[in-house]
Design a protein. Structure first.
Length: 368
């Protein structure tokens, strides 16, 4: 089987509500999504998506995905999409780095490989758990009262996992954590996501002031060096998200004991092929995981769900899905959707959901 054509679409995905990153320092209203259709000489068609969370969140750029695909397309054309390692190596040779540009092609290849094998991607990767995965909400950086209201709204939709964005004013962060914890229900998973918003000193201030609560923090500081520097000075479990990009990051975090949890975002790390290695490093070192879409439509959510399903239930805290935050619908309601705050693995071969091409508009590029 050979790749014969790569078709690229650009779609704006508006967020239902403007979203402020931790500290209120960045506002997001529309996500720049790239959808990729890969055609093969045997008639199978695979779909991928790359939707960064804006271009100010991490080094990932919507237009950069499309430019990257233009550069890489000649190198992957003609390859067998079922041989995902061949495709991965061809992309890495053609364009070192730029992992976010590679993930939609990787995803489309896994979609085709699954269809060819007659298996959902998770099963093709070695076996997918059918235990529904809790979806983590995204509770923007707001006041104590707004935080409380937003969590209530998610609870009404069945959510039991929440990613509460903190990382602004230290006193307000402590107040918000204390308030959320005072109202936390049995079985609820709450991750306090700092999104790099604290200095080392601020991180230690909040962590020591909330030590009695034993809460989880995500990406407390800007760099892995910062998180490593405070690791021995607090007792809180830490998840690394934005600075877990490469396999070398994963092995360093594991070896040096920098974090207890990996936050794996598929687009940031370059797709399922690369993310599967991070999963294995995590499992080999007693590190649990959150698996996340970086943003985007039900396609990106479904990709994250497939990886999450290959993690033992006990080691996968939740998935983060973006579908409840965007107003655009590109798949006619198909694919895994929020059911009581959980996503269920699709049983169809491959990814399990394809977009309506009518909803994507005209292609912005076609490579043959
Ligand atoms: Mg995060």
């Amino acid at each position: 089987m050979r790749i014969t054509c790569i078709t690229v679409y650009q779609v704006d995905l508006p967020l239902e509500h403007p979203y402020w990153l931790s500290g209120g320092r960045l506002k997001f209203e529309v996500l720049d999504a790239t959808f990729v259709r890969i055609d093969t000489d045997e008639g199978l068609v695979g779909w991928g998506e790359g939707t960064p969370w804006g271009h100010t969140y991490v080094p990932a750029h919507g237009p950069g995905i499309r430019a990257g695909i233009q550069t890489m397309a000649p190198f992957v054309m003609g390859l067998d999409p079922r041989c995902v390692l061949d495709v991965e190596r061809a992309m890495d040779r053609a364009l070192p780095g730029h992992l976010y540009a590679k993930s939609p092609i990787d995803m489309a290849c896994w979609d085709i490989a699954g269809q060819a094998a007659g298996l959902p991607i998770a099963d093709l990767m070695g076996g997918g758990s059918r235990t529904p995965r809790p979806i983590a909400s995204s509770v923007g950086a707001k006041s104590v009262e707004e935080t409380r209201d937003m969590i209530e709204r998610y609870r009404a939709r069945g959510y039991i996992a929440h990613s509460v964005k903190i990382g602004g004013d230290v006193a307000r962060d402590i107040a918000r954590i204390r308030d959320v914890e005072s109202l936390r229900r049995d079985g609820e998973i709450v991750l306090y996501d700092v999104n790099r918003g604290w200095t080392r000193a601020q991180a230690l201030q909040v962590m020591s002031a909330t030590q009695d609560l034993q809460v989880m923090f995500e990406q407390p500081c800007e760099t892995l060096d910062d998180i490593a520097a405070i690791a021995g000075k607090h007792a809180a479990p830490v998840s690394v998200d934005e600075t877990l990009v490469t396999l070398q990051d994963a092995t360093r975090i594991a070896r040096d004991g920098i974090a207890e949890i990996f936050g794996i975002k598929l687009n940031r790390v370059g797709g399922l092929t690369k993310a599967a290695r991070m999963r294995d490093v995590a499992l080999a070192h007693g590190i649990d995981m959150f698996v996340m879409a970086t943003g985007g439509s039900v396609l990106a959510d479904t990709e994250a769900l497939h990886l999450a399903a290959t993690i033992p239930d006990a080691n996968c805290h939740a998935v983060w899905a973006c579908q409840d935050m965007i107003t655009a619908e590109i798949a006619g309601g198909r694919g895994p959707r929020n059911i009581d705050g959980h996503l269920h693995l699709p049983e169809e071969p491959g990814l399990g959901v394809h977009p309506d091409e009518d909803a994507l508009g005209d292609p912005v590029a076609v490579y043959r």
